[in-house]
Design a binder for this molecule. Sequence first.
Ligand code: NAD
Length: 471
Amino acid sequence: MIQINKIYINGEFVSPLGTETFDLINPTTNLKTGEVTLGNEEDTQMAIAAAKNAFKTFSKTTKEERIAYLQKMHEAVSKREEELVSVMVDEYGGTLQFCRMSVQNAISAFTTTITILKSYDFEKTAGHSKVRFESLGVVGIITPWNASNSFICNKLATAIAAGCTAVIKPSEMSARQTQLIAECFHEAGLPKGVFNIVNGLGNIVGTEITHHPDIAKISFTGSTVTGKAIAKGAVDTMKRITLELGGKSPNIILEDADLNKAIPMAVFGAFMNNGQACIAPTRLLVPQNKLEEVNELAKKAAEQVKVGNPAEEDTLVGPMVSAKQYDRVQSYIRLGQEEGATLLSGGEGKPAGLENGNFVKATVFTNVRNDMRIAREEIFGPVLSIIPYADEEEAIAIANDTTYGLAAYISSSDRERAENIAAQIDAGRVCINGFSHDPFAPFGGFKQSGIGREYGVFGLEAYLEPKAILA
Ligand code: NAD
């Protein structure tokens, strides 16, 4: 049985004062693998005090010193790449393919941040004034379970680049991944208190971070419901907030797209990270007159998807992170049928032979209307909705008819046409003909998908406070 009974405060692994424990359950087998001891409010306060104390000197460090720390972190995390992948597969149930990519993102967060930092000027001019970009203070970093270490590395690297110190609260379901990344960061030898990690529950540790007056900013990734609670709590002390929240991203297939390529890609894309991805293209918008052809291609693609043991090379969809998440996804599959959508593949229940884990069948609905709940709400599982549209204008209207606005996708053989549509979509990131990622481009949501941006200079400046000096 794995026992995770330390948190990380002021440069040391220490026993939390909190005594409550949380069971760690393997999502592939539903067997208990261990326990994590949860920190409480006092633990959080001690972590914040350590970060506050460290900020006094860390905010004065030079760009070169911060680059050197980021370099050390990069080395320490890179060294344990394989372990980071295997613990993620085991604890979270992410597929080997996905976890490799996610750990790569975690590792490269340090190198891309170094690149950004090298060319960033902390002093600029505006009008006849000097503008200094100063470190904000102690940052509260609150992250979800669906790519835990990648979020932590990206946020912490940016905080360090900005001269901020941090208190990190990961999901309690990611405790083993957290333990490993904490060991890597410890090995990097940063000054005491620059980063602190408190395992714990959202309504205890997360709430303390949200309300504590010594936290200057919160960088949160998670659900829109939690994001709203954090924003409301943070306003009392006027904290800066970056909120990366949910999505229901449209994937517009234009008439001139090569359907044989675009449809399988759309289906596999919707199932990325077991369907537990904020940017997943879960609404597939297709021309009405091509619906039959699309249905056939989508059904064929979905039937090829291997749902199963996430540790096997060719698995595309592993288990849902928890039994609760499995039940939630099942309820949406039932709802889709009740709402009158046509089930094209998958459906309720577990795939044969996979009864022990939280496995969901790769599910595709067609003839979905955009006013159905399966088209409006984030399901966070391998469930795709195909929605037909009459013309380009209607495709854009459907794409934008959502409370979310995190990402959007367009497939077309005419790049100019696709870019013209991209300009009319309300989303923070629009990908044309594929699912590319650019760590130097801003990432974040329009509307209820969030506030603020991460990545690149946009992300860095969210950890800085501009001060104008007028002479
Ligand atoms: P969640 O909102 O339930 O939890 C996220 C984190 O917030 C966890 O660490 C949790 O303990 C903490 N938390 C919960 N209640 C809190 C409170 N009242 N105050 C402070 N902290 C609290 O999300 P989840 O279920 O872990 O993750 C799935 C969600 O994350 C999905 O909605 C998904 O779209 C979203 N997400 C967004 C992005 C993005 O970049 N936009 C990326 C990944 C996931």
